[in-house]
Design a protein around this ligand. Structure first.
Ligand SMILES: CSC[C@H]1O[C@@H](n2cnc3c(O)ncnc32)[C@H](O)[C@@H]1O
Ligand SMILES: [Zn+2]
Length: 443
């Protein structure tokens, strides 16, 4: 039996796959950043007597959560566009701010804030679609997180890119540059059906197929988007993309709120994946995604926060609880969106949306040790009859105590190990002052 460097044990272990079981007094062994054994604590202690051992007596050990859609640097715009519908929010508040403010430094600081918030809340991997992604790639190495990065493609000039041609070229370069980074992967990020024309969607699709890359795109988010598409193209966006040959298992339809029966069939027959962002959809009053129907049809679903300007937090525990409650109410049945399904969605579902389901999303032998410990000792979580229900319906992101990615500790006993939070706060205050000035000028 090979040696293990680290043995993590806890009151409960939730591997998520191959089965959704709870192992009482469970443990995992880790060597070279990978899980090499899983079982009972006593068993693994006997098997690996020389491994460093960390026991978490009142905790659940589970796979890290995966935030399958966001715009990390938008943390700096948290609170800048409140109580506005999507198109008004984008056209009249967010895009003017982004055009004035977004720079490599903005992306660096805003993304670091997002990494700190996500690690603290048990998120170990995230999909990001934002300007200057090369800056985030560097940052990822510093924070120890895992990410799927995309460069936004829009028909008009945006920070860092004059046009779609440049954005696509930047994506290809990023893909090349990140080959050597084990925690970074690259995807295409066409913004939305109303901002990317057919020519560029076709080109992206060709490159994605050739290189085996994912395409993450906002789809069917608002009623206005569908109406606009009917007027401009005489068909709904999913139909348009299917006609262009742009859909497939590599295509990740973020939001998918306004979905009729025909859309559902299009998603299904093209094996498209969906990312559900319930809190962003609630805040922008975009609507309710038919998630229970996606699940009934076998359409893979992951969870995302979207950016902090439309949420306003990057809290996947909050997101999975909101998703469960909305799903039950919409279905008119408390049996819809059960707790086990929600945990799977936030872990293995997210891993699949990042094309990393062979690597992360569950605690299984051979997978990367992307692990979190959730402390269930708080009185408000007691008594505990089944830790799965406690996690989904009771626990909060603040209950996360420890986080590891590829076996490296990023959070210990609620303290960051890879981020200087004091220095970060100072930088964020500076940005707040600057953004306030810009907001006042633009009002
Ligand atoms: C191509 S992603 C970057 C681009 O998208 C904007 N954005 C952020 N959240 C949303 C959303 O929910 N729908 C549409 N567009 C969104 C962000 O501000 C960037 O400009
Ligand atoms: Zn988004």
């Amino acid at each position: 039996m090979a040696e293990a460097e680290l043995l993590l044990s806890a009151r409960w272990l939730l591997p998520i796959a191959p089965e959704n079981r709870v192992i009482d007094d469970g443990a995992i062994a880790i060597a070279n950043g990978r899980i090499t054994a899983i079982g009972q604590r006593q068993e693994l202690l006997a098997q690996f007597p020389n491994a460093k051992h960390q026991h978490l007596a009142e905790h659940v050990l589970m796979p890290g959560l995966v935030n399958a859609h966001g715009h990390a640097a938008m943390t700096l715009l948290r609170g800048c566009g409140e109580d506005m519908p999507l198109m008004d929010w984008l056209n009249n508040r967010i895009w003017p701010l982004e055009r004035s403010l977004v720079s490599p430094e903005f992306v660096q600081d805003g993304s670091l804030l997002a990494c700190a918030e996500q690690i603290r809340g048990g998120i170990t991997a995230f999909a990001d679609n934002y300007f200057y992604p090369e800056r985030i790639a560097k940052l990822i190495q510093q924070t120890g997180m895992r990410a799927l990065l995309a460069c936004p493609v829009l028909d008009f000039p945006m920070p860092g890119c004059a046009d779609p041609k440049e954005a696509i070229a930047k994506t290809l370069k990023l893909h090349d540059d990140c080959r050597a980074l084990p925690l970074v992967n690259v995807a295409f990020g066409p913004h939305a059906p109303y901002t990317v024309s057919d020519e560029w969607l076709t080109q992206i699709s060709t490159y994605a197929e050739e290189l085996g890359l994912l395409v993450h795109m906002h789809m069917h988010e608002s009623a206005a988007e569908i109406e606009g598409s009917m007027q401009q193209y005489g068909m709904r966006p999913l139909q348009r993309l299917e006609n262009l040959g742009a859909l497939g298992p590599h295509f990740v339809a973020v939001h998918s709120v306004h979905i009729n029966d025909d859309d559902l069939l299009i998603l299904k027959r093209n094996n498209v994946q969906v990312v559900h962002c319930p809190e962003s959809n609630l805040k922008l009053a975009s609507g309710f995604a038919p998630v229970a129907k996606f699940l009934e049809h076998g359409i893979p679903v992951a969870l995302g926060t979207d950016g902090a300007a439309s949420n306003n937090d990057l809290d996947l525990f909050g997101e999975l609880r909101s998703a469960a409650f909305i799903g039950k109410a919409l279905a008119g049945s408390p049996t819809a969106m059960p707790a086990e399904t929600m945990l799977q969605m936030a872990t293995l579902g997210g891993a699949k949306a990042l094309a990393l389901e062979q690597e992360i999303g569950s605690l299984e032998i051979g997978k990367s040790a992307d692990v979190i410990a959730v402390d269930l000792s708080n009185l408000n979580l007691r008594p505990i009859y089944n830790p799965i229900y406690t996690l989904v319906y009771g626990a909060h992101r603040d209950d996360v105590s420890d986080v590891w990615v590829a076996g490296q500790a990023l959070l210990r006993n609620r303290d960051h190990l890879t981020i200087d939070t004091k220095a970060l706060k100072t930088r964020i205050q500076q940005w707040q002052n600057r953004i306030m000035e810009t907001l006042n000028e633009q009002r």
